[in-house]
Design a protein around this ligand. Sequence first.
Ligand code: AHR
Length: 554
Amino acid sequence: MSTVPRRGFFKQAAAAGVGLAANSWLGRALHAMTPPPDPARVIVDSTRRVADLDRHLFGSFIEHLGRSVYGGIYEPDSKFADANGFRKDVLEEIRTLGVPIVRYPGGNFVSGYNWLDGVGPKKNRPRVLDRAWNTLETNQFGINEYVTWCRAVGTEPLIGTNFGTATPEMTLALLEYCNVEKGTKWSDLRREHGYEKPHNIKYWCLGNEMDGPWQIGHIPAREYGIKARDAAQQMRGLDPSVKLIACGSSNTQMPTYLEWDQQTLEQCYEEVDAISLHRYYGNDMETGGDSRMYLAMNLDMDRQIEEIISVCDLVRGRKRSPKTLWLSFDEWNVWYRARSGKDVDGDRKVAPHLLEEIYNLEDALLVGGLINTLLRRANRVHVACLAQLVNVIAPIMTNEDGLVRQTIYYPYAWALKYAHGSVLELGAEIETYEVSHGPRAEMPGGFEAYGASRIGHVPYVDVAGTIDDQGKTATLFLLNRDLDKARELEVVWHDITPSRVVDCQVLTGSDLKAVNSFDAPKRVVPQPLEPPKVSSRMTFKLPPHSHTLVSVAI
Ligand code: AHR
């Protein structure tokens, strides 16, 4: 593995992510100017916007897996439990964060799940062996508890359906149970269970990772597409307002990557609204442990989004369809340590410790970069879920005495708090380095890892921003990937001048591998950063390997 350091010049239009077309507005302006300015420069023009921000971009995910549900959000025996058995400390944390949408109940779990086991009187619910994670499922928490929890938290439900062992009839029964008011077999059963009003669930995933050989009920793409079309047609017949997400490729390393998506959409394009993307990142096989490469991996997410958009639009063209699909990036995060052996085998226990990844500073920096990518792609990505929310590859960890915020909590919390309104199409001139000669490693399952190796030029500073006309603020998210050097960045406010800095914080530290724990919960937390004086040109000094938030009043 080797990287070839090279002094380069990155010109970025935020919507393009990794390049700038010479014929774009900024391209014409900047192509005349070489080499890159020192300091690097970002130009904010308030009239240049990628899209209005769909807040569902900052969703998350709870699966019946490990201690995510039991011991995470639901723990009737805990000193924190409310009357419903929900952990009040976790509920309050998530409500305050403002997580807008939460996917449930899986994940791999859903492909063997019978939702009927989780409704009705709790004492009658069966204890079932979940084959996805080899775990004992008590079914004390099911669809109704989930919806009640969502309402208490103030988040929108997003339900994954079983396309593995379940029949379309059971999927339809679930939709009828949730969304029909009364007078039918399944809606009346819900009312019998004590839920008079329908749940009115809008967002539905048609299965989970059905392209994966590990998935219960995995089938070829064409077959899945036909099944999805049939289910979607019936679901819409029952409730025309539902938003339906077809299963896309479960990561970019799959041998069927893009082919799966195309073949699936050839069958169900007209019946669905969106296709899903999943991806987990790690600083091991794909990067050879090189943190310079690792911090560039959000550009691979940019690429993945671009590629899936191309497939969607190819199928649209072939079908002469007027409809454009949106994307649901409904599983993304860092996950590479707690990924094998005991970390993924529940040993037939209830709520075992599974996938309890401990996140460090560099993971948080990459998560900041991944959020920047999602923002830049907000014109097509309307839903995205940080996977997951509590205890399982999660920003929040619990024990019997409380909770701790992992490092990745902070960039996520910033996005939730500060990204509002519209996403800005930023122009940037930033020096680059190269990671084009990354390792190609064998992944579990015989796949070849190439993630970082296809990225190429990487700007030292990754930028994204939003503008909120109502709140009268503009916010920038600035990831400095330079491991060793502080980087200066001049922000040029083209047509607006900030009146004051509302907030300026930085997440950094001397040790890229530093983590938070119950004993030391504040080792990696944001610190105030001294902003420059407000004016139409403001130069920020971004510390080495740091992620910075700047919010200004306009
Ligand atoms: O989020 C953990 C697992 O990762 C999910 O169950 C599955 O969909 C993915 O492979």
